[in-house]
Design a protein around this ligand. Structure first.
Ligand code: CDP
Ligand code: MG
Length: 835
């Protein structure tokens, strides 16, 4: 599983690339998109002569020629020295021993399930076996192997790895395609895609024409996209008898998948790893405490012959040394809290490992970006770790830009590793990761794993329609996976920073994503693939979701105008299908570009899709609140505050004063940078569906970017039906909704201390339930915004003004006013339709 934000990042969108999963013919048109840089020579075959009386004979020759060419190239490569070195590495992987058995099973069966421990060579070897086999048997021209990955980063890293193993560059016979980025060519026969890209491709090509082999990787994670793809594949198989489907899982428990596909045969690849010692918190503290103590005592003994004054100094030295390790005493076990992640403890263990244990990379599992950044800062400020050039600390997170991520795989040069360590400083890698490093990414030289035992997990409360993204305990299966990341090159140790009793209480497996997330995006997707009614389609899932969750999702889609009353896609719905973000955020982007305040829409959408850029310092809360308020001005809007903060940061960046700006205003530079990256991605997506004319420049979509009233109306369009009414109660204003009654503004909001709001409604991004029901980020809006951009209108004769109920706006007004509003809404619909 991954965090909600990562899910959004990974639900890729298809861009206009003609036939992405290119037809099997070598003459297939090459991807024309400029964003997909194609490396290597493009070998295009001569265009088909239409006058030719027998075009197929020509094609056959072209195919034969292509197959022969690829075989010749492969044979040459295999004879090459560097390929031989790679081959001997590959031969040592457990998957290699199963090569013949695997290829035979693929040839004999339409569906095959392969399980094997992470690192045994499933992802890099199995697709490659098929590729090599097809090429050597001169079938290359008809072969088109697709392998799905749940995350962008694994698609890139795996295709790079296989290209290297084959002595090629990426984009030659092996390539990748992820959202808005591709490296592939007409020669590409094995393509790594995110699962989202394949799902989008199905819109244009429901039969996956031309795909010869489809490998679905990491199915044990039970991600929503993978579960969804499996339903589609099961229905597709009878229509595509020639298609081969291979499911790959990291857990031995492959039974369920086999059963789902009518008892498909399974192959298990036995693992091979060095032993990994697992230590629970009590063992960790025992071991480190004992070790540190005995080391100091030894030092004291050996130096006790010194004069008393020196000894006194030494004593003080030892004391201060001990203080650093105070987290690593037996008392820490009593102080340990199951609800709070103690970063100090994590840091102490890292320092202990760097000081006292052998050389080897350290992999730390944390729950999210926030902790990764905090720990990164702490380590840099740590007098021992921060000052040493021996350590390199690297963050690894699903939404990082791909460039940074590649650093993770760099190993110290082999000549450096082999030199005596006294001569060369060996760089020690410390990778701070989320659960992304659990199974899809293998960092080879990891010897120590530090596991905090938690991961951010989405959960969905269908009754209260509340989605939460909170750190929760991982499953035993995940803990096992994390442990397995050590011991790949030598014996390893897994430091579990939680007591054994916590482990014992962990569930065996994590709940599948489809059962714990809001289903809006999935429902849109089912509609766009024309798979019938959502409810009946989802009943076919491996583990079908709660009908109430399905119903909620459909209702929401109707409320925001993405589905009509017959559950069919509206023009808005069709556009939303192409945007890989939450439908609410997608709608904000679309309306923002139509009303020419694109820039603010991009900024606010990126913060909503990623996170708020304001940091919350515990000891300087008032100053931080004041900074946020000053950005909001008199707008009564958290969204305007973050918009202004972002714009201020952009200006400061131009003058090179961005660091000071962030520091002064309690902003996270990393979050702002990430928002900036996401803004660009959103912009590309909007350009792809014709909502932004990149040729004319973004200016053309920004005439009203400074009209904050309009920006707030666009916010209403995006955030509806998240609206509460502001009701006067004496001197104060109470917030209230018909469904849940009174709600409160979150203390961190700029609206928290406001007694009276100028406008009658409040839109919000997120509702959280603790002791009270809080709305976290809010913006005060007018009734006009609600009437124009809110839910469907129902004329009402009772009540006064607007009354919201079940996503509908009950509105009492004269017929002429009602008609006016209806006409305006019709015009808006036409604008959406025209694109
Ligand atoms: O898919 P599975 O977890 O079974 O293993 P894999 O990803 O195919 O990796 C097999 C081996 O290839 C790993 O143990 C690494 O040694 C190596 N590898 C690598 O060096 N660099 C990569 N980017 C990917 C894999
Ligand atoms: Mg793998």
């Amino acid at each position: 599983g991954s965090t909600q934000k990562e899910i959004r990042m990974s639900s890729e969108t298809e861009i206009k690339v003609g036939s992405l999963l290119a037809s099997s013919s070598g003459a297939a048109p090459v991807n024309g998109s400029s964003s997909s840089s194609i490396q290597g020579e493009k070998q295009t075959l001569p265009a088909l002569d239409e006058a030719n009386s027998d075009p197929f004979s020509y094609l056959d020759t072209a195919k034969e020629k292509l197959s022969a060419e690829l075989k010749e190239k492969q044979d040459k490569m295999m004879a090459n020295g560097s390929s031989k070195a790679m081959l001997s590495f590959r031969e040592k992987l457990p998957a290699y021993k199963k090569k013949a058995e695997f290829l035979k099973a693929v040839a004999d069966n339409q569906v095959l399930v392969v399980s094997g421990e992470t690192g045994c060579g499933k992802t890099t070897q199995l697709p490659q076996f098929i590729l090599e086999e097809e090429i050597s048997c001169l079938r290359a021209a008809d072969c088109n192997i697709i392998c799905t990955q749940p995350r962008r980063i694994s698609a890139i890293s795996v295709s790079a790895r296989i290209a290297a193993e084959r002595g090629e560059i990426i984009g030659d016979t092996v390539g990748y395609q992820i959202r808005l980025e591709a490296k592939r060519s007409a020669q590409t026969r094995l393509l790594f895609c995110t699962t989202g890209v394949v799902l989008r491709q199905l819109v244009q090509d429901p039969d996956l024409t031309g795909v010869s082999h489809l490998l679905v990787d990491e199915i044990h994670e039970r991600g929503m996209n993978e579960d969804f793809l499996l339903i589609i594949l099961r229905d597709l198989l009878p229509h595509r008898p020639d298609l081969r489907v291979i499911l790959m899982s990291a857990t031995i428990n492959a039974e369920r998948f086999s059963k789902y596909f009518g008892n498909a045969p399974t192959i298990h690849i036995p693992g091979f790893t060095f032993p990994v010692t697992e230590l629970y918190l009590e063992d960790v503290l025992e071991k480190t405490h004992y070790h540190i103590k005995s080391e100091f005592e030894q030092r004291r003994r050996s130096e006790s012959k010194k004069d008393p004054l020196t000894e006194l100094f030494e004593e003080a030295d030892i004391d201060s040394h001990y203080k650093k390790y105070s987290k690593l005493t037996r008392q820490s076990l009593e102080a340990w809290s199951p609800t709070k992640l103690d970063l100090g403890l994590v840091e102490a263990v890292i320092e202990y490992l760097c000081r006292h244990e052998g050389v080897g990379a350290i992999l730390v599992f944390l729950t999210g970006w926030e902790e990764i950044t905090k720990l990164l800062n702490n380590i840099n400020e740590n007098s021992f770790l921060g000052n040493s050039s021996k350590f390199r600390v690297l963050p690894l997170h699903g939404s990082m830009s791909t460039v940074n991520q590649r650093e993770i795989f760099e190993r110290p040069p082999s000549n450096m590793r082999q030199a005596p360590s006294s001569l060369v400083i060996v760089l020690l890698k410390i990778v701070l990761a989320t659960n992304i490093a659990e199974s899809s990414i293998t960092i080879d030289d990891v010897v120590y794993v530090i596991d905090c035992g938690k991961a951010k997990e989405t959960s969905y409360d269908a009754l209260n329609k509340l989605a939460c993204l909170t750190p929760s305990w991982i499953s035993k299966a995940s803990a096992h996976q994390r442990r397995g990341r050590a011991g790949r090159v030598q014996a390893g140790v897994c430091y579990r920073l939680y007591p054994k009793i916590i482990y014992d209480a962990m569930p065996q497996y994590q709940l599948p994503e489809i059962l714990r997330t809001p289903l809006q995006e999935l429902c849109l997707h089912i509609k766009s693939l024309q798979l019938g009614t959502v409810a009946s389609f989802l009943e076919k899932a491996l583990q079908p979701p709660d009908p109430l969750s399905v119903q909620n999702a459909i209702e929401l889609l109707k409320t925001i105008g993405a589905l009509d009353n017959l559950e069919e896609l509206t023009p808005l719905g069709r556009h939303l299908c192409t945007l890989p973000v939450d439908p609410n955020i997608g709608k904000m982007l679309l309306i923002g570009s139509i009303f020419q305040c694109l820039d603010p829409a991009l900024t606010i959408a990126s913060a909503l899709a990623h996170r708020d850029p304001f940091v919350l310092p515990i000891n300087r809360k008032e100053e931080a609140d004041a900074a946020r308020k000053s950005f909001a001005g008199d707008s009564c809007s958290d969204h305007i505050a973050l918009l202004k903060a972002f714009e201020g940061w952009k200006d400061a960046k131009r003058n090179g004063t961005d660091k000071a700006f962030c520091w002064k205003n309690f902003l996270s530079p990393i979050t702002l940078q990430m928002m900036d990256d996401m803004r660009n991605q959103f912009l590309d997506l909007l350009a792809n569906i014709g909502f932004v004319d990149k040729a004319k420049g973004i200016k053309a979509s920004n005439h009203y970017r400074d009209d904050l009233e309009l920006v707030c109306a666009v916010l209403c369009a995006g955030l509806y039906p998240n609206v509460v009414q502001c009701k006067r109660r004496g001197k104060r204003t109470a917030l209230y909704t018909k469904e849940v009654g009174k709600v409160d503004i979150h203390p961190a909001s700029v609206n928290a201390a406001v007694h009276r709001f100028p406008l009658p409604y409040m839109v919000y991004g997120e509702k959280v339930k603790t002791t009270y029901i809080y709305i976290r980020d809010s913006t005060n809006i007018s009734d006009y915004a609600l009437l124009l951009f809110g839910g469907n209108l129902v004329p009402s004769t009772t009540g006064d003004g607007i009354e919201m109920l079940g996503g509908y706006l009950h509105f009492s007004a004269s017929e002429s006013v009602l008609n006016l509003i209806k006409n305006l809404r019709c015009e808006l619909d036409k604008l959406l339709q025209r694109k």
